[in-house]
Every structure is written in structure tokens, then in C-alpha cells.
Ligand binder design. Structure first.
Ligand code: HEM
Ligand SMILES: [Mg+2]
Length: 256
């Protein structure tokens, strides 16, 4: 981890007066990675992972002027994602957006580029709007968390994630192949990073996932305990894809 020893992943929120984040830096938290939520003038995305990185200062706190290398660096230092995976995600995202130099987090809400319907904690894009909602929907968040814990108590596993993705696509409509794969990748990386090195088997605690999604804040006491790599992420995503197919065909799970 490349965070400084005085402030690695602090996640306690001290209440601070409203202030601005000029040039993406925070006058309250200074050069630390302390949590500070979006202030007036800041922009955020429909991605809880990137919003949390901005709220902790791994990305510019105003959410603006982010180049692919800034994105990759933030994914590596905030979540300990491997260099290869971080570069694929960062350059791939800018390509999908058609924005090759830099982005603002709010650009990521452009509907049907990376953003898609049948999200886990965001409502669908409405009436062909250009930008989908970036605010987390509380009802969807509670419904998501209530559907975890079916395999292991208080944990959201890959098996749970497969059921939840099937359910969301049944409620909102089937996604095309690319967006279905993106949607699986999102929840898989979240479980992989937050759940730790045994996440493929044991998932993540529902309370950590809830805290991360609700406040877009790194969960209290959480630190990366492994490097989340490309191959491991591929295998976990394949498991969810296969299970989704079996769930639709009503077959039981096999042991990982
Ligand atoms: C360059 C890196 C990344 C980009 C550009 C990105 C972009 C996005 C976008 C545009 C969405 C909205 C999709 C939608 O639900 O409609 C999204 C959702 C999501 N992302 Fe990311 N993301 C990145 C990395 C990550 C990482 C590293 C994680 C996990 C640690 C993650 C976890 C999630 C999750 C769980 C959602 C689903 C939110 C929901 O369904 O409501 N993302 N991401
Ligand atoms: Mg969406």
C-alpha cells in the first residue's frame, strides 16, 4: 500500500463545516486520505468504488480532470488492484466513454456507455435521459443487502451475487452481452477487493458492503489484504456468469 503511515484508510467521519475542494484538494483533511464527502461543486459517478476513492482523496476530491493514469494509480493505492487490471479498467473505461484524455466522475453516468440499467443500488435511466442517476437508492440498497446471507450468515457471496443479478435483470429487463458482463464485473471486483483474499469462497460481510455503498466510504477497519488481479477476477466473474445461467435453468450450485 502506498498510503502514508499516519492515515492509511481512515474511515471515521468527523463532522466538518461545509467547505469547497479547490483544485480537487480538501482544506480540512489536507494531504491525508481521510474521508470527506462531496462538497458543493464536486461531482460524483454512479460507481461507488470511484466515489469512495474521491471521498478519500485517492482521486481529486472534486471528481474532475481525472486522466487514465490518475485512475489506475488510485485503483492501485486505494484498493490494491494489480497494475494490469488497473490499466485495463482505466484505459478501457476512457475508450468506452470515447474520452481519451480525461474525465469527470459525472461523465460516467452517460447512459449505455459504461452505465447500464438493472444496477444494484441505482434506479434505471428514465425516459431516455442522457445521464443516469448517481445517487444511491436506499430502497434498492436495503433490498440488495437483504438478499445476501443466503449461503453464509451475514456475508454476500458470489452465489448471492449471481441470484441478485438474475433478479435485477428480471425486474428491469435483460442487459446486452457487454453490459451484462460489466455489471457482473462490478459486483465481483467489489466482493473481491472488500472481502479479502478468500472472497471467492467466503464473500464479504454485508455490513462492510453496506457501509461502502451507502456512504461511499472505505469500511471502518478495512485494509486491502491481497492484490486483486486479472485472472482471479476473471475466474470469479466466470463463476457468476455460469451460475446465472444455471439459476435461470434452475440448477443448484456446485462447490467452488
Ligand atoms: C476505472 C475503473 C472503474 C470505472 C470507470 C467504473 C465505472 C462504473 C460505472 C460507470 C458504473 C455504473 C454502472 C451502473 O450500475 O449502471 C459502475 C458501477 C459499479 N462499480 Fe465501478 N468502475 C470502476 C472500478 C470499479 C471497482 C474497482 C469496483 C470495485 C471495487 C467497482 C464497483 C462497482 C459497483 C459495485 C458498481 C455497481 C453499482 C450499482 O449497480 O448500482 N467499480 N462503475
Ligand atoms: Mg445504472
Amino acid at each position: 500500500m502506498s498510503s502514508s503511515s499516519t492515515n492509511s484508510h481512515p474511515s471515521t467521519q468527523t463532522s466538518t463545516p461545509e467547505h469547497e475542494h479547490p483544485q480537487g484538494s480538501c482544506p480540512v483533511t489536507g494531504k491525508t486520505y481521510n474521508f470527506c464527502p462531496a462538497q458543493a461543486g464536486d461531482v460524483r459517478s454512479p460507481c461507488p468504488a470511484l466515489n469512495a476513492l474521491a471521498n478519500h482523496g485517492y482521486l481529486p476530491r472534486d471528481g474532475k480532470n481525472i486522466g487514465p493514469l490518475d485512475l489506475a494509480r488510485a485503483l492501485k493505492s486505494g484498493y490494491n488492484i494489480s497494475s494490469v487490471l488497473a490499466y485495463i479498467l482505466s484505459f478501457g473505461s476512457l475508450l468506452l466513454l470515447g474520452q481519451y484524455r480525461s474525465l469527470s466522475l459525472s461523465d460516467l453516468a452517460r447512459h449505455n456507455l459504461i452505465e447500464h440499467n438493472a444496477s444494484l443500488v441505482h434506479k434505471d435511466d428514465r425516459n431516455g435521459a442522457e445521464y443516469a442517476p448517481t445517487k444511491v437508492n436506499k430502497r434498492l440498497l436495503e433490498a440488495l443487502c437483504a438478499q445476501g446471507g443466503k449461503v453464509l450468515p451475514d456475508r454476500m457471496t458470489l452465489e448471492d451475487a449471481a441470484h441478485i443479478r438474475v433478479k435485477r435483470e428480471a425486474e428491469c429487463g435483460q442487459l446486452d452481452g457487454v453490459h451484462a458482463e460489466i455489471a457482473r464485473g462490478e459486483i465481483v471486483i467489489a466482493i473481491g477487493v472488500l472481502g479479502g483474499k478468500d472472497a471467492a469462497k467466503n464473500g464479504v460481510t454485508i455490513s462492510a458492503l453496506h457501509e461502502w455503498l451507502q456512504h461511499e466510504r472505505l469500511p471502518a477497519g478495512w485494509k486491502p489484504d491481497h492484490t486483486q488481479g486479472l485472472y482471479q477476477t476473471y475466474k470469479m466473474t466466470k463463476y457468476v456468469r455460469d451460475r446465472m445461467g444455471e439459476i435461470k435453468a434452475q440448477k443448484p450450485p456446485v462447490k467452488l
